[in-house]
Write a protein that binds this ligand. Structure first.
Ligand code: GLU
Length: 503
């Protein structure tokens, strides 16, 4: 590649960033880093009606949390700033004028009512009204009225828009890095609005002007923008600019069925589709961060939504993703979103964390349960190391470990049925054995207890099951002797006595 790679993520701040948008940002980031290029963030806020306060900050915070912050953006290395389109407003008019002067665009004065009427009349004849070469010369445009008249109407303050004059009957042979060769017939396109009399450009004009001025080398974006590709290429041509290369990423599909994953699916189906919580008056849309996902896990599973490195490898650090990433390996077909797999990824990252860090993350939960100040950190670290294999999230730690902190208050009903007539006697003997043990370590206790059972020909299940039931309240949990060591001799004996009295 001769030109410097410069790619952008260009969201419109119309709400929280959907997971599809995050994936677009990630693929741009990976592509930039892989090619020693620049990844920049541009806020496309030309549509003031759809502007949502807080969305811009949300986008920046989400990228930062994920560890994929842009190299250039608002307030950061503003080489081609401003990076927010509403602050570039003054720039666009001259480009719209340039297209008018070169005959590639025209003024249109049709009112909303007039356009509605055309639509209705077409419908009555079973047709669809499209503002294009078929009728642009029958409408209220500068293509049919004189230059003088046009100038007068504009000067008098009449509302107008500037539309692109799409070329007629041309087949565009374009190339998309992911989709390969794609063909478009220009006659099927409509004459899109580029500029409005309120002084604001539309998405199409602003996007092309900015990608040109900001020296974008590759446009990597969602498949929903593929239909805009011919217009964008025609705009570059009309300006006499070199177009960037294009890559349209596959859609992200619902976990079940064939539809596209929507913003509403998340809370409806019980999994997040947003990076961070998004609070509105109607409630909270939950985010990965607040649900306890590790950012590295989110980055990892998003990278595999529509891409793989050609092997079975699934676990990638960000660095590994950067070196393995290749746009030509992005799939064309939609990528199914699998919430269970996302949890699996989180588990993989959870077990990789340092026990000490996990213990620290567990502390606030223990605090809430009222147990944190009775605890030694070394013990807590040990507990975490014993249970983390069974957890997807730190939030599951309490349920997996509550018996380390307090004696059971109830005993599992089914397991209690194994509490036989001889059990109290066996448990009493077990207590005497435990009382005598000097070095109260998991291994030593296990050896002594098992020796005692062997010598007296006591079946394993006869002791081990009621023993576990007494300590845990159910037949679950990690290695029993590890639990015994951690809760200590006195507490172990107390719990057995309590079980004898209760069961
Ligand atoms: N502002 C557009 C969006 O919201 C950007 C599309 C593009 O990348 O060209 O997704």
């Amino acid at each position: 590649m001769s030109k410097q790679v410069r790619v952008r993520f260009a969201p419109s701040p119309t709400g929280p960033l959907h997971i599809g948008g995050v994936r677009t940002a990630l693929f741009n980031y990976l592509f930039a880093k892989k090619n020693n290029g620049v990844f920049f963030l541009r806020i496309e806020d030309t549509d003031q009606n759809r502007f949502v306060p807080g969305a811009e900050e949300y986008i920046m915070e989400a990228l930062e949390w994920l560890g994929i912050s842009p190299d250039e953006t608002i307030g950061k290395n503003e080489k081609f700033g401003p990076y927010k389109q509403s602050e570039r407003k003054h720039l666009y008019k001259q480009y719209a004028d340039e297209l008018i002067n070169s005959g590639n665009a025209y003024y249109a004065f049709d009112t909303a009512e007039a356009l509605d009427l055309h639509r209705k009349q077409h419908e009555e004849q079973g047709k669809t009204f499209i503002y294009n070469h078929h009728n642009r010369e029958k409408l209220d445009t500068s293509l049919v009225i004189s230059a003088d008249e046009t100038a007068k109407r504009i000067a008098s303050g009449e509302d107008f828009v500037i539309r692109f004059k799409t070329p007629v009957a041309e087949t565009l042979h374009l190339h998309d890095i992911i989709r390969g060769d794609v063909k478009f017939e220009t006659s099927l396109l409509d004459d899109k609005v580029l500029f409005k009399s309120d002084g604001m450009p539309t998405y199409h004009l602003a996007n092309i002007v900015d990608d040109h001025l900001m020296e974008t080398s590759h446009v990597i974006r969602g498949e929903e923008w593929l239909p805009s590709m011919p217009l964008h290429v025609l705009l570059y041509r009309a300006f006499g600019w070199e177009a960037p290369e294009f890559a349209h990423l596959p859609l992200i599909m619902k976990p079940i069925g064939n539809g596209k994953l929507s913003k509403r699916d998340g809370d409806k189906m019980g999994f997040p589709v947003f990076p961070l919580d998004w609070k509105t008056e109607e409630g909270i849309s939950s985010g990965y961060r607040e649900k306890g996902f590790f950012p590295e896990a989110v980055v990892n599973f998003l990278a595999l939504l529509g891409w793989n490195d050609g092997t079975e490898k699934e676990l990638f650090t960000l660095q590994e993703l950067i070196s393995a990433f290749d746009l030509s390996r992005v799939h064309k077909s939609g990528a199914k979103f699998d919430p269970e797999k996302n949890k699996w990824f989180n588990h993989q990252y959870l077990i990789k964390q340092k026990d000490e860090d996990l213990a620290k993350a567990f502390l606030p939960i223990l605090n809430e349960k009222g147990f944190s100040n009775t605890l030694e950190m070394t013990k807590l670290i040990k507990i975490v190391s014993l249970i983390k294999d069974r957890a997807h999230f730190v939030s599951e730690f309490w349920e997996l470990s509550d018996f380390f902190f307090a004696a059971p208050t109830a005993y599992d009903e089914k397991a209690s049925k194994n509490w036989k007539e001889e059990t109290p006697f066996l448990m009493q003997s077990l207590i005497s054995i435990l009382e005598e043990i000097g070095e109260f370590s998991s291994m030593n206790i296990e050896t002594i207890v098992k020796d005692w059972m062997t010598k007296n020909e006591i079946g394993m299940g006869k002791v081990m099951q009621p023993f576990r039931l007494s300590l845990v309240g159910a037949l679950k949990g990690p290695h029993l002797f590890d639990i015994v060591e951690l809760i200590g001799k006195e507490e172990t004996i107390n719990r057995i006595q309590k079980a004898i009295a209760t069961l």
